[in-house]
Design a protein around this ligand. Structure first.
Ligand code: DX5
Ligand code: ZN
Length: 226
């Protein structure tokens, strides 16, 4: 049966020209992006270092679209408030980085933000079973986080399917997002498996025509939803 879930596209500024950040964001906004994905890396949880709250604030000033902030940090609880103040709409933390995950998710909501939980490719869906009532979004990594432009790992597809079943069975108001290696060739698989928010870095900002890139992703998504 074709799904009626709306598919949202979230270009990741990790692959944008950061010297022209505001123009890059306005370009994807005009081309129909739904959210802007912001990858925060600390050089410890992942082997790369990116941006902090000051850059998130600059992204906030450039757009009215929701800012989807992906925290790839050890001790993410230390950074929730600065990113909330910088204008994040959703703050997502990795289950692997949070010994007291429920507390961290509750803290995000206490600050009036949407709470997201992220699973690395090897992390089973069972690890978040008891926090599904505390989240607005589940993000399934389909690459090992740290870099754009990596190859999609199809082994995560059954995890998306299982999470989609849980969300639908209990009618949970939870978005199911996928991040890593999403392009027009992998989009039909992730949408068929149940994802309804697609993060795309190199397949949007790595292409000269961002409008055509987003249109190609939408066409690939509707081929899966029917
Ligand atoms: C990877 C980041 C992703 C990255 C995706 O650690 O979390 O958001 O930007 O890039 P692509 O779409 O190129 O795989
Ligand atoms: Zn990301």
């Amino acid at each position: 049966m074709p799904s009626l879930r709306p598919i949202r596209l979230a270009p990741s500024i990790l692959s944008a020209d950061l010297g022209r950040l505001a123009e890059e964001i306005r370009e994807v906004e005009a081309a129909g992006a739904d959210w802007v994905h912001v990858d925060v890396m600390d050089g410890r949880f992942v082997p790369n270092l990116t941006l902090g709250p000051v850059v998130a604030r600059a992204a906030r000033a450039a757009t009215a679209l929701p800012l989807d902030v992906h925290l790839m940090l050890v001790e993410p609880e230390r950074w929730i408030e600065p990113f909330a103040e910088a204008g994040a709409d959703t703050l997502s933390v990795h289950v692997e980085a949070c010994p007291h995950l429920q507390r961290t998710l509750a803290e995000i909501r206490r600050l009036g933000k949407r709470a997201g939980v992220v699973l690395n490719p090897h992390t089973p869906e069972e690890s978040i079973r008891y926090v599904l009532g505390d989240v607005d979004l589940v993000l399934v990594m389909s690459v090992n986080p740290g870099f754009g432009g990596q190859r999609f790992l199809p082994a995560v597809l059954p995890k998306l399917e299982r999470l989609r079943d849980w969300i639908d069975r209990d009618r949970l108001p939870v978005d199911l997002e996928v991040d890593g290696g999403v392009d027009p060739s992998t989009t039909p698989q992730v949408v068929a498996a149940g994802a309804d928010v697609l993060v795309a870095g190199s397949s949007v900002f790595g292409r000269p025509d961002r409008g055509a890139a987003l249109a190609a992703l939408r066409a690939a998504a509707s081929a899966a939803t029917g």
